[in-house]
Design a protein around this ligand. Structure first.
Ligand code: BES
Ligand code: MN
Ligand code: ZN
Length: 496
């Protein structure tokens, strides 16, 4: 990860060299700062010629005339202030950072006539800028941009009357952005570098933020009876791990909430091997575990007032003389037996034992699991919503709301007895695949058999955590999906 923006907040700033960013709402002129930034008054004509209407996140780029102390002026649209746009401020920040170009300094004037821009808005703009600027360039030894230049860190000054409150909030939001970027790094990292042990070591680093970490070895998992998870891991020379992360920011006696992530560091499919084309993407099959780890980073960094458990099951699904075969029957920690009819439906096997362990040991108020679980969820929802499956309407509504607020959207899918029957097995309590249709739903039904009465939600993030379409706040293959969503879920519902 290269951090390429440095952000400070100030109440006022004299126009200086570099890029000046001004805001304008739809149909309105730029804010009062325009007078100081553009003493020659060239903007009015420029905006007219460019047919700038102030649409949300649209922008006009002007080379500043000699009279201006800025080198370049960018005017960015706010849209109609009357039409609140979910997560608009972070996305605006992303759109602004998208215009930095070769600038080394940028001054962003957060004012526009009749638009309220408070501390939350200012800190959110900053978060959008930081997330937009993320690059996974660790393995680019020459670190050159398209023009052959080494990219500089952009020093950004955000000018707002709410500077001091924004600075305080930014201390929190920067922690959340750090969690998103940690998740992106973990997902982008190739599997030769990031195996189960390396991932576990990364998670262990969260102890610096005050997160308590326990790591279960294979021996310990065997003792606990985690036959489902260990069956997946047995084809890899790299041993499995389960990492438990605990953040105790709430009242001592308050029940924790829990998050569980699928961490398949690489998914070849095992003996039910995947086709070669695109298999490289399966380095991202730990996107659920990455989101849980990023979330724990975010919560600890902003000192969330909640007790939160994060559990990740880390395995590699390989082809090998010792790999699991189709038809094998394994016994899960819950005691339920599973006929493994397809070794490529491995994520649910890992999650089954992680969910049982989580619920048995911590009796959480609810558990949300995240997993890059099925290709079918992309067929159903494309890449702009994660699939939401749940046994609890309240939790579903809270997740849906948090999704709208962060633009990490989820869409609830059906579940029920008809679908559940499809995973009954002739030879064991259940099989790990359903029929031809509804593959994401039968996967969810499988998970539900391991959660009992605990309020539970499963997010299928196969379409949203990786291979993500670029947007205002992410230019990365790995989006970090889930961190901001679940941070918001905790913040809005469990910190009162
Ligand atoms: N990790 C995959 C799902 C996946 C596919 C994630 C594409 C991201 C992009 C999962 O382990 C898997 O292989 N699922 C199978 C299930 C099937 C065998 C029932 C699938 O989706 O094909
Ligand atoms: Mn698979
Ligand atoms: Zn998988």
């Amino acid at each position: 990860m290269s951090k390429s923006v440095e952000i400070t907040f100030t109440r006022s700033a004299k126009p200086s060299a570099g890029l000046a960013v001004l805001l304008a709402a739809e149909g309105a002129a730029p804010g009062p700062s325009a007078q100081a930034v553009d003493p020659a008054g060239v903007l009015e004509k420029a905006l007219k010629i460019a047919d700038f209407k102030g649409k949300a996140r649209s922008a006009v780029d002007v080379i500043a005339p000699a009279q201006s102390s800025a080198d370049r002026i960018v005017v960015v649209g706010l849209g109609k202030p009357s039409e609140p746009d979910p997560d608009a401020w972070a996305r605006l920040g992303g759109a602004i950072a998208g215009r930095f170009g070769k600038a080394k300094r940028a001054t962003v004037y957060l004012d526009a006539p009749d638009v309220e821009i408070d501390a939350n808005a200012a800190a959110s703009v900053a978060m959008g800028m930081l997330l937009r600027s993320y690059r996974f360039d660790r393995y680019k030894t020459k670190k050159k941009d398209d023009n052959g230049k080494t990219p500089d860190t952009v020093k950004v000054t955000i000018v707002t009357p709410a500077a001091s409150a924004a600075k305080k909030l930014w201390a929190e939001y920067e922690g959340v952005a750090g969690g998103v970027m940690l998740a992106r790094d973990l997902v982008n990292e190739p599997a030769n570098i990031l195996g189960p042990l390396e991932f576990a070591a990364k998670a262990k680093e969260l102890d610096k933020l005050g997160v308590e970490i326990d790591t279960l070895t294979e021996k310990e998992m065997k003792k606990l009876g985690m036959g489902a998870l260990l069956g997946v891991a047995q084809g890899s020379t790299r041993p499995a791990r389960m990492v438990v992360m605990r953040w105790n920011g709430g009242k001592a006696k308050a029940k924790p909430v829990a998050f569980v992530g699928k961490g398949v560091v690489f998914d070849t499919g095992g003996n039910s091997i995947k086709p070669a084309g695109g298999m490289e993407d399966m380095k991202g099959d730990m996107g659920g575990a990455a989101a849980v780890t990023g979330l724990m980073h975010a919560l600890a960094a902003r000192k969330a007032k909640a007790n939160v458990i994060g559990i990740i099951g880390l395995v590699e699904n390989m082809v090998d003389g010792n790999a699991q075969r189709p038809g094998d029957i394994v016994t899960s920690m819950s005691g339920q037996t599973i006929e493994v009819l397809n070794t490529d439906a491995e994520g649910r096997l890992v999650l089954a034992d992680a969910l049982t362990y989580c619920i048995d040991k911590y009796k959480p108020e609810f558990v949300v699991n995240l997993a890059t679980l099925t290709g079918a969820i992309m067929v159903a929802l494309g890449q702009y919503h994660a699939g939401l499956f749940s046994n609890d309407d309240t939790l579903s509504e809270q997740l849906t709301e948090a999704g709208l607020a962060t633009h990490e959207r989820v869409w609830r899918m059906p579940m029920g007895a008809d679908y559940d029957k499809l995973i009954d097995s002739k030879n064991a309590d259940m099989k790990n695949i359903g029929g031809r249709y509804g593959g994401s739903i039968t996967a969810a039904q499988f998970l539900q058999r391991f959660v009992g009465d605990t309020p539970w939600a499963h997010l299928d993030v196969a379409g949203t955590a990786m291979g993500s379409p670029a947007n205002e706040i992410s230019q990365s293959w790995a989006s970090g999906f889930g961190v901001r969503l679940l941070d918001r879920l905790v913040r809005d519902n469990y910190e009162k």
